[in-house]
Design a protein around this ligand. Structure first.
Ligand SMILES: Nc1nc2c(ncn2[C@@H]2O[C@H](COP(=O)(O)OP(=O)(O)OP(=O)(O)O)[C@@H](O)[C@H]2O)c(=O)[nH]1
Ligand SMILES: [Mg+2]
Length: 320
């Protein structure tokens, strides 16, 4: 009798779209070959595109109003329920906006739990720029990912996309979509040479590099020339649709390569380049935006009151 009876198989890829930005990015990704979950604290960003069976709305919440500290203790105990309904796969992608209250808190809680369970997870994060409040949230969200990485002693690979001045959200969302599609291609388990352990090894390269686990920047390219420009690359995964095009580049500690069937991935070649120093640049770009806002705001004045002592004002403030 065969001992290889059919049983429960862990899925290959799961994508968790969290908060308003996450849900918006998920709208154009309904065709991806992955388990998908849409998770938020309010139903305001839900549309008919978000399949009800894939939606998780937290209990006793009506959004976070961009207040991360307020929402954290409310949603934290609900995270095990999210992971029971939408269990981690061999490879997990968590997508959220870093600037709000809900998406990055929910997403970071999921990342933390997954790392505790020794799962492989990458983050795609989008930062807003329109107010000091959102930039502050992004800085704290990034520090939170760094904190989780230190506590769990695991790398967190983070693809960061910054909203641009005068650039519509839809353009930034296209970029985020591309990253999610590319990551689904990387982790589809359909390529010659590249197995689950190779992708795990690419993500968890620290011991090979002899460096402390950290929050790391993950950049994704469709050509080798641009990929080669990344400074101090630590770990590189590449997919080629033409074996003859394969040429290693840079001096990473870890590389892994898969050969994909022509037309089966979103580009002729894809490169997933991990570095750690890029996080400094991300933080600096957010600090610069904050500083410029502070410069403008320092000129703002507190207006003098229109009331004066001779006005007939009653106890409730009525001037009659
Ligand atoms: N690129 C992009 N940015 C967005 C989008 N929606 C919102 N943002 C930006 O992200 C910030 C946070 O918004 P959300 O992601 O909706 O926030 P949330 O995670 O739902 O958190 P709360 O609404 O505070 O509960 C906003 O201030 C914008 O800067 C989007 O669809 N695309
Ligand atoms: Mg929201």
């Amino acid at each position: 009798m065969s001992h290889e009876l059919p049983g429960f198989e862990k899925s290959k890829v799961a994508v968790y779209f969290c908060g308003g930005t996450g849900l918006n990015i998920g709208k154009n990704l309904t065709d991806i070959k992955a388990d998908v979950a849409y998770i938020d604290t309010s139903d305001r960003n839900l549309t008919e595109v978000h399949e009800a069976s894939k939606v998780f709305l937290t209990k006793n919440t009506v959004g976070a109003g961009k207040n991360r500290g307020y929402i954290l203790p409310i949603v934290r105990p609900q995270v095990p329920n999210i992971l029971t309904r939408f269990p981690a796969a061999d490879f997990n992608i968590v997508v959220f906006g870093t600037s709000g209250g809900s998406g990055n808190i929910l997403g970071s809680l999921l990342v933390s739990e997954m790392l505790k369970a020794n799962e492989t997870v990458v983050v795609v994060g989008v930062s807003g720029i329109e107010s000091t409040e959102v930039v502050d949230n992004s800085l704290d969200a990034i520090k939170t990912l760094e904190g989780i990485s230190h506590r769990q002693a695991r790398n967190i690979l983070f693809t960061h996309i910054l909203n641009g001045v005068g650039v519509p959200f839809s353009v930034t969302n296209d970029e985020a979509e591309y990253c999610v599609r590319a990551l689904c291609d990387l982790s589809s388990q359909e390529h010659q040479r590249l197995d689950v352990k190779d992708v795990e090894n690419w993500a968890n390269f620290s011991s090979k590099a002899g460096i402390q686990p950290q929050l790391c920047e993950l950049r994704i390219f469709d050509n080798r020339k641009d990929a080669s420009t990344v400074n101090e690359m630590l770990s590189v995964a590449s997919l080629y649709t033409d074996e003859k095009q394969e040429v290693p580049f840079g001096s990473p500690f870890v590389t892994t390569t898969g050969i994909a069937e022509k037309g089966s991935i979103i580009a002729d070649q894809l490169h997933f380049v991990v570095n750690s120093i890029g996080i400094e640049e991300i933080v600096k770009s957010l600090e610069d935006i904050k500083q410029e806002s502070h410069r403008q705001q320092s000129r703002y004045r507190q207006r003098n009151s229109t009331l004066d002592i001779d006005d007939n004002q009653d106890d409730d403030g009525f001037v009659v």
